[in-house]
Design a protein around this ligand. Structure first.
Ligand code: PGA
Length: 268
């Protein structure tokens, strides 16, 4: 069955010192069981983060970005080889902030994803609609189109390395969370699209995370939704106590019986 994943995205926050403190506190307090915990650290302390997590089963570091070319004259960029070299397993690709500020389009995002997978990395691939698209009511089509133009072009074997993160842009850093029902509806639509394109096995096994103002107070309700398999956490991942509470919420839900639910959704 699919795995629960709680991934922190530190974005352009923390220093080597504060990042170290944060990881250590989380390692001390979190008891994630089978939940995978990921730390999306900035490039300057990614190696340190990986070193701190070494030997801790179920804990992983993630790069927040990689370049779409293998190497070369790209000042300021980070290559997949560099990430691989320091044994970092995950890469976050397609975050709405990079789509918006770095103008990363679907073609570039697919190239980054393919290169990461070719180099044996796992990809947390983000998708999500803006407020105006949500208000127009075309959000399901929009998100499925984002996936059709990117990760649905992967082979089934490549697709196995994908974790999907649905993050409505209007909920990121705004304090406005999608309601559990809104999250479930979109996650269901995403899984149905994966099913159509990639078949039952991959649809049942792909973890789909929700992101956008997840905090201890709302995490459990969101994680209770049958098609929500964890979260991508921004602001709340910067506070050890909050991040740990979110991990514990995921653990609680990961132990609940989801097999029947998966069966139920598979037959709809
Ligand atoms: P937030 O960010 O939790 O601060 O809303 C989520 C994200 O951008 O991944």
């Amino acid at each position: 069955m699919r795995k629960f994943v709680v991934a922190g995205n530190w974005k352009m926050n923390t220093t080597a010192k504060s990042g170290k403190k944060l990881v250590k506190e989380v390692l001390k307090k979190a008891k994630p069981g089978k939940v995978k915990v990921v730390f999306g650290a900035p490039a300057t302390h990614l190696q340190q983060t990986q070193a701190l997590l070494k030997g801790h089963k179920g804990f992983f570091a993630a790069a927040q970005n990689v370049h779409h070319e293998q190497s070369g004259a790209y000042t300021g960029e980070i290559s997949v080889d560099m990430v691989k070299d320091i044994d970092v397993k995950y890469v976050i690709i397609g975050h709405s902030e990079r789509r918006q500020y770095q103008k990363e389009n679907n073609t570039v995002l697919l190239a980054k994803t393919k290169l990461s997978i070719d180099n044996k990395r796992k990809v947390i691939f983000c998708c999500g609609e803006s407020l105006s698209i949500r208000e127009k009511g075309t959000h399901f089509q929009y998100v499925v189109r984002q996936l059709t133009a990117t990760i649905f072009k992967l082979s089934p074997k490549e697709f196995k390395q994908i974790v999907i993160a649905y993050e409505p842009i209007w909920a990121i850093g705004t304090g406005k969370t999608a309601s559990p029902e809104q999250a479930q509806d979109m996650h269901f639509a995403i899984r149905a699209a994966v099913r159509k394109k990639m078949g039952d096995k991959l649809a049942d096994n792909v973890s789909i995370l929700y992101g956008g103002s997840v905090k201890p107070a709302n995490a459990l309700e969101i994680f209770k939704q049958p098609d929500v398999d964890g979260g991508l956490i921004g602001g709340a991942s910067l506070k050890a106590e909050d991040f740990v509470a979110i991990i514990q919420a995921a653990k609680k839900q990961s132990k609940a019986d989801r097999i029947n639910v998966a069966h139920f959704t598979a037959n709809l």
